[in-house]
Design a protein around this ligand. Sequence first.
Ligand SMILES: Nc1ncnc2c1ncn2[C@@H]1O[C@H](COP(=O)(O)OP(=O)(O)O)[C@@H](O)[C@H]1O
Ligand SMILES: [Mg+2]
Length: 142
Amino acid sequence: MKRSENTMKLYLPSLSVNESLARSAVAAFVAQLNPTIEEISDIKCAVSEAVTNSIVHGYKFATGIIYICVKYYRDRTVVIEIKDKGCGIEDVSLAMTPLFTTDTSGERSGMGFAVMSTFMDKLDVYSKRGNGVRILMTKKLA
Ligand SMILES: Nc1ncnc2c1ncn2[C@@H]1O[C@H](COP(=O)(O)OP(=O)(O)O)[C@@H](O)[C@H]1O
Ligand SMILES: [Mg+2]
């Protein structure tokens, strides 16, 4: 892909207070492109789901670092990468099935990946068990 116009990298410990920080920071960065209210709200939802997953699933047993990298390009494509080095996902396509969850507390709906792929144009999930999760999401703004 062509060279990005602007980049932001953010490394945060997987504390639940950092979910809203990550969401707001990405929104503030993307605001440079004058997105619509709907576009910004879609991006915030997707980031929120991805970061929450790293906090509650990836780093379930110990705090770790969440790596966030956001770029945008001249054609108004926004690329968001969210990565953790947590427990990873054994079967990515199963995990991405709507309503699938490994949560037993009843707090999770299993709709996180569905939200990410609905609100973004493209979603790719890479993982190996024990090797963390890397999510790449793309959205082209109007
Ligand atoms: N970063 C992650 N690290 C480890 N497992 C993950 C991660 N993200 C998602 N998962 C797995 O994928 C499942 C589905 O995720 P999601 O669609 O967000 O639903 P939910 O979070 O409600 O369970 C999770 O229950 C979990 O097992
Ligand atoms: Mg989730």
